[in-house]
Design a protein around this ligand. Structure first.
Ligand code: GTP
Length: 248
């Protein structure tokens, strides 16, 4: 029995899968790699077929990064809005891949664009999940200055998810940048306050604080390893678990 196996009569396990935009690029320098979206879709479908309710929040960094644009002189809010639009494109790509894999979906946006997708309405999102639809939440929180990690945390708390699964290209949280420091140590478990105190960049401080205040566990894992999304969704112990207490 894994953590994902609900006891009889218990509500279904509900997870919030956060996909970074960069993760959708695969080995490309920009945009979306259809083989990656297909691989993600197959794993999400598998998990959904096993009874887990899956909400997805997608980033947009593979198409546009608001913060980087503001560093080159663009107005920060304008850059962030462009980034939010990028997440809509990624969300539609994920919807297409999931539906081709035979998984019903609904895309819900924090910014109204009714011709393209539904508006995000919390109670409606929860009904979709109960009906076995994968709900893809796009346009971040709808506000500039908030990352998609913060959007993922906010939505996870709102819909009563059991855990946030942050799928990235790194296999967890390290005490230093593993690409620069070969001796960097990976945590299997780390406390919210430790993460904040050490100023580790795995997630931004707003997202971590919101998760901490609402006791929302976060698993950071490497989605480039085949089958890891399905493992994480099932509740297998992979990557790093960010949780309460644990003074590293
Ligand atoms: P139920 O209430 O369970 O029947 O959910 P449903 O989503 O199937 O019902 P609804 O009739 O609201 O939606 C039918 C289709 O229209 C779905 O594919 C929705 O995603 C889509 N849809 C609903 N609202 C909107 C909207 O505001 N804009 C767009 N573009 N599509 C929408």
């Amino acid at each position: 029995m894994t953590d994902a196996t609900p006891s009889p009569g218990a509500p279904a396990r509900r997870v919030l899968l956060k996909l970074s935009g960069e993760a959708l690029m695969g080995s490309r320098a920009y945009g979306i790699d259809p083989t990656v979206t297909r691989a993600i879709a197959d794993q999400v479908r598998e998990a959904r077929d096993e009874g887990t309710e899956v909400a997805v929040v997608v980033g947009g960094g593979n198409i546009f990064r608001g913060l980087a644009a503001s560093e080159s002189g663009m107005d920060r809010s304008t850059g962030d809005y462009m980034g939010m639009l990028a997440t809509v494109m990624n969300g539609l790509a994920m919807q297409d891949a999931l539906e081709q894999a035979g998984c019903p979906t609904r895309v819900m946006s924090a910014i109204a664009m009714n011709e393209i997708c539904e508006p995000y309405i919390r109670r409606r999102a929860m009904r979709h999940l109960e009906k076995g639809r994968v709900v893809i939440m796009v346009a971040g929180t709808g506000n500039p200055y908030f990352t998609t990690d913060t959007a993922a945390t906010l939505r996870a708390v709102e819909i009563g998810a059991h855990v946030i699964l942050k799928a990235t290209r790194v296999d967890g949280v390290y005490d230093a940048d593993p690409e620069k420091e070969p001796d960097a140590r990976r945590f299997t478990r780390i406390g919210y306050t430790d993460l904040l105190a050490k100023r580790l960049n795995a997630l931004d401080a707003t997202a971590v604080s919101l998760a901490m205040d609402n006791e929302m566990p976060i698993v950071v894992f490497d989605m480039t390893q085949e089958g890891n999304i399905a493992r994480a969704v099932r509740g297998e112990r992979i990557g790093t678990l960010i949780t309460g207490e644990v003074t590293a």
